[in-house]
Design a protein. Sequence first.
Length: 644
Amino acid sequence: MKPLTVADPQSKSQDSVANNIAILRELFPEVFNEGKVDFDVLKQMLGGSVAEPDEKYGLNWHGKRAARQLALTPSMGTLRPVLDDSVDWETTRNIVIEGDNLEVLKLLQKSYSGKVKLIYIDPPYNTGGDFVYKDDFRDSIGNYQRTIGDIDDTGNRLTTNSEAGGRFHTNWLNMMYPRLKLARNLLREDGIIAVSIDDHEFARLHEIMSEVFGEENSLVVFVWKRRTGAMDSVNNVSTDHEYIVCFSRTSISLAGEARTFEKYSNSDGDSRGDWIADNLSAAKPGGDTFYPIKDPQTGFEYWPPKGRFWPYSRETMARKIAENRIIFPGRKDGTPLLKRFKNEAKSIVQPVSSWINPNSMRDEQNGSVKSLTSGHTSEGTKIVKELFGEKIFVYAKPMSLITELLVQAGSSERDDIILDFFAGSGTTGHAVMALNAEVGNRRFILVQLPEPLNPSADDQKTAAEFCKTLGKPLNIAELTKERLRRAGKKVKAETPMFAGDIGFRVYKLDSSNIRPWDPKPDDLEGTVWNSVEHIKDGRTPDDILTELLLKLGLDLCVPIETKTIADKVVHSVGGGVLLVCLDEKITTKQVEELALGIVEWHKALAPAGDSQAVFRDSAFEDDIGKTNLTAILAQHGLTNVRSL
């Protein structure tokens, strides 16, 4: 039975560097020389695709190399379940994680790589007073634990990114870059990421997203009208818009909107079906397209309207007339029209990039384009006030904005995962539940830092007081969870027939449950005795089981069955893919009954593929019992047995 230690790859989040090397070795085995990459050979293999250093184009800043390294450094942390904060723990497939989103994204890599349909984030806009994370790859979990208490004596956040700090854009880029790198790994092949931003960092955001996702996968930059009233202006212009930058994992398209065909009819009984009288002229010439056409019934001739042209050559136009595809007005001063049949029309309405007016840019004849529909920030503020009774969040995104993104991403299936790792007020989770009540069965994963609220600050006073009334810690993550609790009840009240998921599981980021080897020179004897138990004090079986799910790449909401065998609690995860017994005492006499009981249950479960069994190392009375249990399991095909 091999112990699972901190040094074991299975005790860490996904090692991106090792994965990249494995992929490179598979593609170009000849570039490896004694285990190292020969870049001269690699350049030869890539031919002219390698950029020369003095001609390289891109966005560079101080700390970019460290930011890239930060994304590649595995996390030594874990997530600990918080059942008391959760809703419908046993049945829900939604997840809310309280913690630093960089570490959380690392921890999600094994379980959710290539599985997320839509990522929407509304990160700090870097206006000079926004919160920017202080990342430290050398001590990521310790850094997080310091960050959530990182305030001075007056309650001011020490991590506010001030323009006077000298590294204004650099700090923001160093925060965003590794998070976007990790986010890309989580997207499905048909996945989409949408990022809200304003003018302060729009240009730099688009540049780093082009680098991370590939500029060929840039879908669109939506311009969203976020408010109707005026506000303080810059250069005598009141800015009322923001951007939503959309990229895909691979080259795909947005969903658009299904066409409606109410205006099509068949007044003349045409055998080709329903049709509409559509515009015949074109705005630009396409060759010999300015000429008169003749009505074969009346002999009247018609030229294109002033400043326009016919869309067809003379030969094609003659054929259209012969096929009865041109509708003549029957008088000299009229304009010919084109008979366009329903079965020839596009089935999809294309959205336009200006997300400003619900009715703008619509082509009434063929419905080819449409502006997407969304409310303003006032809608988001109103919804939050209705839920809480107070203005807890002033600039919350409107649910209609997220809903439209969900639709455009083509999200509808049961297994569609929606991720928001700057969850804030929880609008994304609320929108998913509300849209599911209409159609679909999506699930969400939200991540929010427990950013402290300052009761003395005017913009945080109301939120801080509300946390006090709830008896909760004064931080934003508590408000995110409370919003979702109230939102779920509201969705259920408004759609009583809806039997879908309105719950969520809560997890909190923490250090690993496995105790690291940390010798103290002044107390070596105490260090040795403390290391006998590999599990940290105060960690529960649920904590350990959650870490196993993450480190072995299983969904946090995977089905788990529990059975008592030889008076010991045994968990079957994913239909027997993982068998876990975390009881603290297993006597030598119990070993055979426990092992044979696990073997019998495993046969009944009949999982596809290999299974793994995990036990608490310190639980065994002696090494003989541990050896015997391992041998019995191996005799019956369970050869992958680990301890921790």
